[in-house]
Structure formats: structure tokens, C-alpha cells
Design a protein around this ligand. Structure first.
Ligand SMILES: Cc1cc2nc3c(=O)[nH]c(=O)nc-3n(C[C@H](O)[C@H](O)[C@H](O)COP(=O)(O)OP(=O)(O)OC[C@H]3O[C@@H](n4cnc5c(N)ncnc54)[C@H](O)[C@@H]3O)c2cc1C
Length: 157
């Protein structure tokens, strides 16, 4: 099936990847790419923060965690497993970091809403699978939500 993904942040790109792996012909269309997206500002820690509903967030986060754990075994993937307390103690562990020069500041809004919207809407121009509103946890939920997006898209054929 042909699928057009709108958005090239972590949610759009992960959905596109998952859909492509399921055999769909995928286009990605986005107003902004790469460094211009909120996703590029994310700390990219796995941590379910400010995203709802809780039951789905737990499920999506667990799926993403499994995928990230798998990626962590490949050094080229850039995924590292570290305990949270190690990160918070990084200046004690590497004191030189306390003197590090700040090269720049980036800001981004956490795209929050009461709950993540992940559902199909049937419009006059065809079905639209919505997947947005991941708040402070878009990275954490990405692979889990992409699974559900792929399942909804597969159900359309
Ligand atoms: C400071 C900060 C730190 C964070 N840290 C973490 C973290 O550690 N862990 C974590 O899991 N999450 C974190 N987050 C949250 C995470 O960054 C977001 O939940 C996530 O980036 C949302 O991804 P997205 O793909 O939905 O949105 P975006 O990255 O904003 O991408 C949206 C895409 O849609 C496109 N688009 C939008 N409107 C249109 C339009 N009308 N037409 C065409 N294209 C359009 C944009 O151009 C862009 O390509 C953090 C957020 C911030 C701000």
C-alpha cells in the first residue's frame, strides 16, 4: 500500500521506517527536517514523561525499550544503556564537564495534549492515521507507537 507520512521528527521517521519494513511504499513529507525539528532538541533519554494515557504509554514505552536495547548492542547505532543516576552524577564522574564551554542553546516545545492521539480517521480524501501529542516522551514512545501505526495501516488493506 502507498503511505504518506507527514512529519520528519522521531514519530514520523519511526513510523515511516516501520511501515517500509512492513512492505508499504512510503513517502515522508515535512515542513522541517533534521535539526529544525523538536525531536532534534530532545535529550533522547528513555523515560515516559508527560504523556498519556498511562496504560498505552507503558505499553509503547516497553516496546521502544526492547528495540533500543537491541540497538545498543550495535556501536554504530548511537544508543547507550546508562542508569539514570549515572547521568545525573556526570559532573562528579567527569569534573571537567563542569568547565565545558556552552556552544549554544536550543529550545523546543513538548507537543503535549491530554492523551496521545493514535487512531484512524476516515476522511473524504482517504484514511488518515493520526499519531501525535507525545508530550515529553516522543523518543520513548516512538517505536511502540510506530507498531500501532503499522497495525492500523495494515488493517486498511
Ligand atoms: C527540551 C526537550 C527535551 C526532551 N527530551 C526528551 C527525552 O529525553 N526523551 C523523550 O522521549 N522525549 C523528549 N522530549 C520530547 C520529544 O522531543 C517530543 O515528544 C518529540 O520530539 C515529538 O516528536 P514528533 O515527531 O511528534 O514532533 P517533531 O519533532 O516536532 O516533528 C514534527 C514534524 O512534523 C512536521 N510538520 C508539522 N506541521 C506540519 C505541517 N503542517 N505540514 C508538514 N509538516 C509538518 C515538522 O516539520 C516536523 O518534521 C523532549 C522535548 C524537549 C522540548
Amino acid at each position: 500500500m502507498k503511505a504518506r507520512v507527514i512529519g520528519a521528527g522521531v514519530v514520523g521517521l519511526t513510523s515511516a521506517l516501520r511501515l517500509a519494513r512492513a512492505g508499504h511504499a512510503v513517502d515522508v513529507v515535512a515542513a522541517e527536517m533534521g535539526n529544525a525539528t523538536t525531536s532534534s532538541v530532545a535529550a533522547a533519554l528513555w523515560y515516559p514523561y508527560r504523556a498519556y494515557p498511562e496504560a498505552d504509554v507503558t505499553r509503547w514505552s516497553a516496546t521502544t525499550y526492547q528495540v533500543l536495547r537491541g540497538l545498543a548492542s550495535d556501536p554504530s547505532a548511537g544508543v547507550r544503556i546508562r542508569l539514570g543516576r549515572e547521568l545525573f552524577r556526570c559532573i562528579q564522574l567527569v569534573p571537567a564537564l563542569g568547565q565545558a564551554r556552552i556552544l549554544g542553546h536550543r529550545v523546543g516545545l513538548r507537543p503535549g495534549r491530554p492523551t496521545v492521539r493514535l487512531e484512524t480517521e476516515f476522511t473524504d480524501r482517504g484514511p488518515v492515521v493520526h499519531c501525535y501529542g507525545h508530550g515529553g516522551a516522543g523518543v520513548t514512545l516512538s517505536y511502540g507507537c510506530a507498531e500501532d501505526v503499522a497495525e492500523l495501516v495494515s488493517g486498511l488493506s
